[in-house]
Design a protein around this ligand. Structure first.
Ligand code: MSP
Length: 635
């Protein structure tokens, strides 16, 4: 199978930030996943370098447009390797072959009569670099740039986009995965229920010279979107290169919702006019916000990828971004949330599982993978969970639901941790009868870890490499073969691991990684007496958890020991024994404070707190309906 995955090409009017990094990490992770699945993969990113915005930014920096775009494009290119992003191609719209390609396409579409010259008066938003319709305005302003567009009357060239409206509606309807998630498909279908206007594709050189000259009229340059979208073809050597024939039929684009219309409307109709098949899939994600506001260069509240890597390391940044955002929806970024994930999911759950398993193999098994004996039910259950996880994981990764793929992996991490506790190898070794099973226990643990490492590979390549090295496996090949249970060879030497993820202490004061001053979420401001700031509230990590076990605590009338999934397993001691019977609790979905400092209550370690309402003398658990996924954030 073949995969071609792209990110947007980013404007070079400002420096790279976390929003750009997210799209690029998504595409890189998908590329790695597809490679792991045995595909022939091509992954492309790059920079968009023409247009008004760029000229203004260059002027602002006191540079010529060319030297300015060279400098900022290099900043983008250099941001990706530290995040372990490895594109096969980095394209620039100022590349000579791209300019030639855009001109050849314009000429073809012009020659066939799909481009015409006309006078036009319209509302032009400089930020969007396009004409807006009256309907798009909110109180007279551009909804994205919050400024009124300028009324412009000029002669220009137009692409007959409207001609392709019916075809496009048909195409979207008959290919349900063309635009996903479905909310964005529906948004575009609703937009297409009104007549589709033709697209202005030129700018007079009297107004803008920093663009690709129209091949049929040198008094005009090409509209930046008509130029930019074609990058997806130029990067494949369209029309003659073999790469075009190989990869175009499977093209998938990753974008955020801000550029949905150009990708869902302009681009497919342009392709149709060129006589080409449209791309296969458009994957649309939401915004990373800082507090309430979108992270964006114009708002000055950006977090740079470089600072993120320096603060947390590439693996943690990649894991956090993929785990915390439901693809398609907006998500809120905070350094506290990253530290929370690093400490709980990574250092505590996976890191501990890995290091204690390998340390015990060193101690009890002479540092070698043991020969498994006859498995018991508890062993086959763990193996079954791993196999089922790989299936769920593959499906969710294929469908761009990275958070669910990771949730499935972490459920197995939780099960493997529980498997250690239930077997208690440190006790088994003292008992002649039980000792016989020790080899099986460690074989099953190590084999689970090998499969977890496999699943983690596209998301956290370095951590996966450390796991492979510790387990003495190569794990090279394709997912279907490698995920089969039992590939780990008995006798393989295990290397005592270095910690996969260090625990991160919350620094006093400035926990946020380097950010520009204007960041509204930077909890410096104080709330008035008796109130807390949004930032302060955001530090409380509330999550949906399912109670899976409950028991009384000896010598206490008030306390119950609850085992919950959130989604990782943890024990919480709750003061609800006088209000609930233990047997009535399993299956309930409750809300927990997930980042509370662990404490011991009546000798039982408790990790978190369950929320309950105090109604007179009664305590009533705060519950959520069963359809809310375990682990969901509550805010
Ligand atoms: N140059 C055009 C794209 C042309 S593609 C043929 C452009 N560039 S951009 O620099 O503004 O990048 C927009 C893209 O950056 C978004 O679609 C998204 O991929 C990413 N993001 C920018 N800010 C973001 C967030 N705050 N959150 C998530 N993604 C964000 O538009």
């Amino acid at each position: 199978m073949t995969t071609y995955i792209t990110t947007p090409i980013f404007y070079v009017n400002a420096q790279p930030h976390l929003g750009h990094a997210y799209s690029t990490i998504v595409a890189d992770t998908y590329a790695r996943f597809k490679r792991l699945s045995g595909d022939n993969v091509r992954f492309q990113t790059g920079t968009d370098e023409h247009g008004d915005k760029i000229v203004q930014a260059a002027e602002g920096a006191g540079e010529s447009p060319q030297s300015y775009v060279d400098r900022i494009s290099a900043l983008f290119r250099d941001s990706w390797p530290p995040l372990e992003i490895e594109p096969d191609n980095f394209i620039r719209t100022t590349d000579h072959d791209h300019i030639k390609n855009v001109q050849a396409i314009l000429q073809k579409v012009h020659d066939q009569g799909d481009i015409y010259f006309s006078e036009y008066e319209g509302l032009y938003c400089q930020g969007c670099e396009r004409f807006l319709t009256e309907k798009e305005l909110i109180e007279g302003n551009c909804p994205d740039h919050l400024k009124p567009p300028a009324k412009i009357r000029e002669q220009n060239y137009f692409f007959k986009m409207g001609t392709y409206q019916e075809w496009l509606i048909d195409h979207i309807n008959s290919n349900p995965d063309f635009i996903t998630p479905a909310r964005y498909k529906n948004e575009m279908l609703s937009f297409l229920s009104e007549p589709l206007e033709d697209l202005c594709i030129s700018r007079p050189t009297s107004r803008l010279t920093w663009g690709i000259p129209l091949p049929f009229d040198d008094k005009f340059v090409t509209y930046v979107w008509f130029d930019a979208l074609i990058n997806y073809l130029t990067g494949l050597g369209y029309p003659d290169d073999e790469k075009f024939a190989t990869y175009w039929p499977v093209a998938e684009h990753v974008i955020a919702k801000d550029i949905l219309k150009p990708h869902a409307i302009f681009w497919p109709t342009m392709l149709k006019a060129m006589g080409l098949e449209p791309y296969k899939k458009l994957h649309v994600h939401g915004y990373w916000n800082m507090g309430e506001a979108k992270m964006s260069k114009s708002l000055g509240n950006v977090v740079g990828p470089k600072e993120m890597v320096e603060e947390f390391g590439a693996d943690v940044v990649r894991y956090f971004l993929l785990r915390d955002m439901s693809f398609g929806l907006d998500s809120s970024f905070s350094a506290e949330a990253v530290v929370g994930r690093q400490n709980s999911d990574l250092a505590n759950d996976l890191g501990n599982l890995f290091s204690r398993s390998l340390t015990m193999v060193g101690k009890f098994m002479d540092g070698r993978v043991p020969e498994p004996g006859e498995p018991r039910q508890i062993d086959t259950a763990l193996a079954g969970a791993c196999t089922a996880m790989v299936e769920t994981y593959s499906k969710e990764m294929t469908d761009f639901r990275f958070h669910l793929a990771l949730q499935a992996v972490w459920e197995v991490v939780g099960k493997a941790n529980k498997y250690i506790v239930e077997n208690a190898p440190w006790d088994m070794v003292k008992d002649e009868e039980q000792k016989r099973h020790l080899g099986t226990v460690f074989y099953y643990l190590l084999e689970s870890l090998r499969i977890i490492a496999l699943a983690v590979e596209p998301i956290m390549p370095s951590a996966a490499a450390k796991m492979r090295a510790g387990l003495g496996v190569d794990n090279r090949g394709d997912l279907a073969t490698l995920a089969a249970w039992g590939r780990l060879a008995p006798g393989t030497a295990i290397t005592k691991p270095e910690p996969l993820f260090p625990r991160m202490e919350k620094k006093k004061g400035g926990q946020q990684p380097a950010k520009k001053e204007k960041n509204p979420a930077k909890g410096k401001e104080k709330a008035p007496e008796g109130l807390i700031t949004f930032e302060e509230f955001g530090r409380v990590e509330l999550r949906v958890a399912e109670i899976i076990g409950a028991e009384k605590i000896k010598k206490s009338d008030r306390l119950l020991k609850l085992t919950v999934r959130a989604p990782e397993e943890r024990v919480i001691v709750a003061g609800i024994a006088e209000h609930y019977q233990p047997e009535d609790l399993p299956g309930r979905r409750v809300i927990i404070v997930a980042n509370l400092k662990p404490a011991k209550l009546m000798g039982v370690p408790s990790q978190g707190m369950v929320l309950a309402a105090k109604d007179g003398d009664r305590l009533v658990l705060a519950q959520v309906p069963a359809e809310v996924a375990v682990g969901s954030r509550v805010a």
